[in-house]
Design a protein around this ligand. Structure first.
Ligand code: GTP
Ligand code: MG
Length: 207
């Protein structure tokens, strides 16, 4: 029997880093050079046939960069199970803001068992990189990101890979034990299929 899972995923990061462009590329396979700032929040739905038994509906919440200065994020973040945190590799200030977004996220939403929601860091506009970008492995480990990817909405680089990495971590949380009956015997929450089958993407850093 097919099971359907609905996941609310946030896409956050400073003004103009490419959040809307990443979503448009991922969901509609289009890209535009034209910048129109998102007001408040936008939505998009991506349906993934994850495996033979599982359809995943990813509800993407495209939060306007300017919302970091507003007071609506607590409402927008509610019941999210994962996040893409985006910065623009050509503007250092947007990288500095990454930790502010991450702190905002962690202070306003946690999973049932109190753990932070998995977040993947996207170094976007990588098509504009002259030289090699510094590696962000240790930055991610130190700051609680489950992985990072150099992405380009323009050239369609690594967007599928980054979302796949995030979904794998979301699924892992879904199946993590929640009830301890007696020592050594654990009861799994609703999702019991083994998501480990999918944990084979090499760029998805796991620790
Ligand atoms: P807000 O809605 O204001 O928070 O911005 P945003 O993060 O949604 O940015 P948006 O997707 O609107 O992109 C801003 C500008 O960057 C647009 O002009 C896009 O065309 C451009 N852009 C986005 N992604 C890329 C990319 O990967 N490469 C290049 N070269 N430009 C990009
Ligand atoms: Mg936008």
């Amino acid at each position: 029997m097919q099971q359907e899972l609905l996941f609310k995923v946030l896409v956050i990061g400073d003004l103009g880093v490419g959040k809307t462009s990443i979503i448009k590329r991922y969901v509609h396979q289009i890209f535009s050079q034209h910048y129109r700032a998102t007001i408040g929040v936008d939505f998009a739905l991506k349906v993934l046939q994850w495996d033979n038994d599982t359809v995943i509906r990813l509800q993407l919440w495209d939060i306007a960069g300017q919302e970091r200065y507003g007071n609506m994020t607590r409402v927008y973040y509610r019941e999210a199970v994962g996040a893409l945190v985006v910065f623009d590799v050509t503007r250092a200030s947007t990288f500095d803001a990454v930790l502010k977004w991450k702190d905002d996220l962690d202070s306003k939403v946690t999973l049932n068992h109190g753990r932070p929601v998995p977040a993947v860091l996207l170094a976007n506009k990588s098509d504009q990189l002259g030289s090699q970008q510094p590696k962000l492995d240790s930055f991610c480990r130190e700051n609680g990101f489950v992985g990072w990817f150099e992405t380009s909405a323009k050239e369609n680089t690594n967007i599928e890979e980054a979302t796949r990495c995030l979904v794998e971590h979301i699924l892992n949380n879904e199946e993590s034990p929640v009830v301890e009956r007696d020592p050594g015997s654990l009861v799994l929450s609703g999702y019991t299929n083994t998501a480990k089958d999918h944990l084979n993407c090499s760029t998805c850093v796991k620790w």
